[in-house]
Design a protein around this ligand. Structure first.
Ligand code: HEC
Length: 76
């Protein structure tokens, strides 16, 4: 899937306008993706991306990003 171009290979986004997905709860990600699919959450990028996905694909994506380690903003 092309999600990683914006949200990063491990869910850490490449640019600040794209949200980090790593370590978010799978249930939160599933709801967000379903809202983009049914149009109750509007984003020009995300809405068309979700249209071809079925519930199983959405749950798989949510589970994948939820399982990635969260990025902590700790100063080195
Ligand atoms: C071209 C860049 C781009 C691509 C590709 C992309 N996204 Fe996004 N995504 C965004 C942007 C921008 C937002 C924030 C939109 C908003 O404010 O609602 C977002 C929001 C999200 C959110 C909501 C995050 C939150 O914290 O509310 C999820 C979940 C998500 N994307 C998952 C995916 C998945 C899964 C894919 C692959 C099928 C994908 N994205 C592909 C740019 C992208």
């Amino acid at each position: 899937v092309t999600c990683v171009a914006c949200h990063g290979q491990e869910g850490i986004a490449a640019a600040p306008q794209w949200p980090n997905l790593a370590g978010q709860h799978a249930s939160y990600l599933t709801v967000a993706l379903e809202q983009y699919k049914d149009g109750s959450r509007v984003d020009l990028v995300m809405n068309p991306l979700m249209l071809p996905l079925d519930d199983a694909a959405i749950e798989e994506l949510a589970a994948f990003f939820a399982s990635q380690p969260h990025l902590h903003n700790t100063a080195q």
